[in-house]
Design a protein around this ligand. Structure first.
Ligand SMILES: [Zn+2]
Length: 191
């Protein structure tokens, strides 16, 4: 997704255009970016994502997540390397508490993967770069959910909701279908 004219990169729940991280945006860049995405709202939506983050914190005690709500009607979530996570108001409305936890867990998966890539030793050992970043974040997010005793099926269910709200001609639709298929195959193997 080319929503930002300068080389700042964040990860998203829906879109597959994750790229190498070049730099974290500064505070003013964040404000401009979030304004372009619809601006920030708080209220009950903020309480819902705060609650989702708290549910996940036992599994990711060292990961600092700063959650925000974007006043937008599409079902999306974004994360930045500094731990700021943005979830749209519409996605919070559409998701159950477990599914919202899955959204945050997916974004946490991106942050963990980024941290691993930043660790030179882990880079030499890990060799996970062949995985699509979205599929990798789904997998890491599912581990986080399981560690917190939250049903991992929530990841599948929220992606199905995103798929339903996404036009098939959307450039990210094919990857979304691939992610859903990957999770379904994994769940079949587990039963
Ligand atoms: Zn993602």
């Amino acid at each position: 997704m080319r929503f930002w004219p300068i080389p700042l990169v964040c990860w998203t729940l829906l879109l597959g255009a994750c790229s190498a991280i070049r730099q974290s945006p500064d505070a003013s860049a964040h404000r401009t970016w979030s304004h372009r995405q619809g601006g920030i709202v708080r209220g009950a939506w903020q309480q819902h994502i705060d609650c989702a983050c708290q549910r996940l914190s036992p599994a990711i005690p060292d990961l600092v997540i700063k959650p925000y709500v974007l006043d937008a009607d599409d079902l999306s979530a974004y994360s930045w390397p500094d731990g700021e996570v943005f979830v749209t108001r519409a996605l919070i409305d559409a998701a159950s508490p477990d599914e919202l936890a899955a959204v945050i867990a997916h974004e946490a998966g991106h942050l963990i993967a980024h941290r691993r890539r930043s660790d030179a030793t882990a880079m030499l050992r890990g060799r996970q770069s062949h995985l699509n970043p979205e599929i990798q974040a789904d997998a890491l997010g599912s581990v986080i959910l399981a560690d917190c005793n939250i049903p991992t099926t929530a990841m599948l269910h929220v992606l199905l909701k995103v798929q339903q709200a996404t036009a098939p001609n959307n450039p990210s639709y094919a990857l979304l279908c691939q992610r859903i298929k990957t999770i379904q195959q994994k769940q079949k193997m587990e039963f």
